[in-house]
Ligand binder design. Structure first.
Ligand code: ADP
Ligand code: MG
Length: 639
């Protein structure tokens, strides 16, 4: 049967081949889901046509409610309504002390118990996990986020008409390991397959197609509800490198609302001591007025007063600008700092991408334009741009664009390292390093006259080679014979834009070289990556003990080796029979102890040997000084 080609390869994907994938912007204030439909990335609305899902989860008597309905209930049921949970993701007790006062809900602290519960691991070792007390019991930030993710995934599956094969979830560029891990845990709890976490600014840049350009430095200005983030990105060979990030985790549109609410209070002659319901009503009113002022020059204000009366007034954009100028100035200061940290000037920035609902405020756009002396990019809806970029990336990762070269690996997921003596791992490129990256480290030989070095490249977070994944082995041969520790072997790890790892070893005094190319991510699923990370957390203590033991064993071996070489060289001349026997005995004891599992006894045996050897070492030093001085007159050395 002949096949009839009905479309150019890559131009057309039959429906059954098209894998359903989505991008999710899991925001502090609002979250969104987007997907690529007929080649276009679009955000997906709910049944009522709303695209933005307020990131609010209410544990109501009748069950969990997410989004607008939950947000409305925040006034009447604040303790069971969780907002801004993103601020708690991956955070431990210590962090919460600084955040705690601003959180309206009840937090319980508890030590990490046996077994692992979602979100119950604090990587900083502080041991305490925040749990929010609700009428449905205590919930962790990971569980709350999972509810938001579930709601969005359900929405996507309904509008796409099938199950999602995977999602890309965005996180702030500054999110650390614990925060990223917590986000992944939330996705897993929501039953989602995470193709990748993507940095929010990178997603915005992808939505603008900046990754299709050759090279360039871009700024992403993200002013949301309660946070401000500025990121300076450098596009290099198709990969975004985060050059610097900055911002303010307590500055956003909510502050505009507060400034406007205070102005209204002053105008309406209201005192500071409003009850919480009135306070909230006023804030909601201010939010509405603020949003109107983004498209009209002035707005009417109608306020119901606590005494049942009404107040009526109006505000024009000029007055509003005066209220928010000090807040905008703070964001600009953070931009200047980020530019400085990245080592670039405002003029070197090619595109300034605007992200976040608050960048709809015309004054914000004006001031940003002044700083960068360029028109900021606003053509993709700033509320949706992150979700859209994530959807484009998810589509590629689902395999829907076979000819697409773009593989946007912006960070490496597991550390890369080398095996060193004793089966220990020396980490060279730590996980989450942005790629492409090149890192070098120097090693040396262990034995006198050693002419070859076996190199073993491993991947993982554990301290022992046996617990990591072996990636490649190769040998560096032809090292000129030298005493132990004299050779200088520079090992360079280079991860290119495609995630390919290139390891080279160079002996610097002789110039001999060897190398190998490996693909570190190959064959490793996300769940394996997760398991390896989890293991490294669970085994941190074992690893430390094992590392200490191996280090002592290596040290014992090194001392043994060096002593044997010395004894062979001049033991007969410098030691009498008694001394020699003493040394031999201590040496024998060390060799026997080194095979034990107790790092302390190995250490003691080595120290005992070193003590017995002291006179011998001294004599050796004197002889070598005498040898060095032979042929010189003594006064040559005085000065
Ligand atoms: P986050 O990234 O923190 O989840 P968003 O990007 O969704 O937040 O931004 C939410 C903020 O954007 C809110 O403070 C909201 O009032 C503000 N916002 C949304 N639309 C407008 C508008 N038209 N004019 C001014 N501010 C707006
Ligand atoms: Mg956002």
């Amino acid at each position: 049967m002949a096949l009839l080609q009905i479309a150019e390869p890559g131009q057309f994907a039959a429906p059954h081949q098209h894998k359903l994938a989505a991008g999710i912007d899991l925001g502090t204030t609002n979250s969104l889901v987007a997907s690529v439909l007929s080649g276009m990335a679009v955000t997906l609305p709910d049944a009522a046509g709303r695209h933005l899902l307020p990131s609010v989860v209410r544990y109501a008597a009748e069950g969990v409610v997410v989004g607008d309905e939950a947000k409305l209930a925040a006034v009447e049921d604040p303790l069971n309504t969780v907002q801004s949970v993103k601020r708690l993701m991956g955070r431990g007790l210590a962090d919460l002390k600084t955040l705690g006062s601003t959180l309206p809900y009840d937090i319980a602290y508890r030590e990490v118990g046996e077994g692992r519960e979602p979100g119950a691991v604090s990587l900083d070792g502080s041991g305490a996990v925040p749990r929010i007390r609700t009428r449905s019991g205590e919930v962790t930030p990971v569980e709350v986020s999972a509810e938001i993710l579930k709601t969005l995934a359900r929405r996507a599956e309904q509008s796409l008409g099938g199950e999602l094969t995977g999602v890309v979830i965005t996180v702030p560029a500054y999110f650390d390991d614990a925060q990223r891990q917590a986000t992944k845990d939330a996705a897993r709890l929501a039953g989602l397959n995470v193709f990748r976490l993507l940095n929010e600014p990178t997603a915005a840049a992808v939505a603008y197609g900046l990754d299709q350009r050759a090279e360039g430095v871009h700024a992403v200005y993200d002013l949301g509800g309660g946070t401000f983030d500025i990121s300076i990105l450098r596009l290099h060979r198709g990969v975004f490198e985060v050059m610097s990030t900055g911002g303010d985790s307590a500055l956003g549109g909510d502050d505009f609302d507060r400034a406007l609410a205070q102005w209204i209070m002053a105008q309406a002659g209201l005192g500071e001591d409003l009850d919480p319901v009135m306070q909230l009503r006023l804030t909601r009113l201010a939010t509405g007025i603020k949003e109107q002022l983004s498209s009209v020059e002035s707005a009417e204000i109608h306020l119901e007063l606590p005494n049942g009366g009404r107040w009526q007034g109006s505000i024009d954009r000029e007055t509003f600008n005066g209220l928010i100028d000090p807040l905008i100035a703070k964001t600009l200061a953070a931009c200047r700092r980020a530019l400085r940290d990245a080592g670039v000037t405002a003029e070197e920035i090619e595109d300034v991408v605007m992200v976040g609902g608050s960048t709809r405020v015309p004054r914000v756009r004006e001031r940003v334009k002044e700083l960068f002396r360029a028109e900021p990019r606003v053509d993709v809806d700033p509320d949706r741009v992150v979700a859209i970029g994530a959807a484009i990336q998810a589509d590629v990762l689902a395999g829907n664009k076979p000819d697409e070269e773009m593989l946007l690996l912006d960070v490496i997921s597991l550390s890369l390292g080398m095996e060193t003596m004793g089966g220990l791992v020396e980490r060279i490129v730590p996980r989450n390093t942005t790629i492409p990256v090149a890192r070098a480290q120097e090693f040396t030989t262990f034995k006198d006259g050693q002419t070859a070095l076996a190199l073993h490249v491993v991947q993982g977070e554990r301290d022992l080679v046996s617990d990591c994944r072996s990636l490649a082995r190769f040998e560096l041969r032809g090292i000129p014979p030298m005493v132990a520790g004299a050779a200088r072997i520079r090992v360079t790890f280079e991860v290119d834009a495609d995630g390919l790892l290139n390891v080279t070893a160079l002996e610097e005094t002789s110039g001999v070289k060897a190398g190998v190319v490996v693909k570190p991510s190959y064959g490793l699923s996300d769940s394996e990556v997760e398991r390896m990370l989890r293991d490294s957390i669970a085994h941190a203590e074992d690893d430390m003990a094992a590392r200490r033991l191996r280090e002592e064993q290596v040290e014992a071996e090194r001392v043994t080796e060096a002593l044997r070489a010395a004894l062979a060289q001049d033991g007969d001349q410098l030691l009498d029979a008694g001394e020699r026997a003493g040394i031999e005995q201590a040496l024998k004891h060390l060799v026997e102890t080194a095979a034990s599992q107790n790092h302390l006894s190995i250490k003691r045996a080595r120290e005992a040997l070193e003590k017995v050897c002291e006179p011998y070492v001294e004599r050796r030093m004197n002889t070598s000084v005498r040898q060095a001085m032979a042929g010189h007159k003594l006064d040559e050395f005085e000065s």
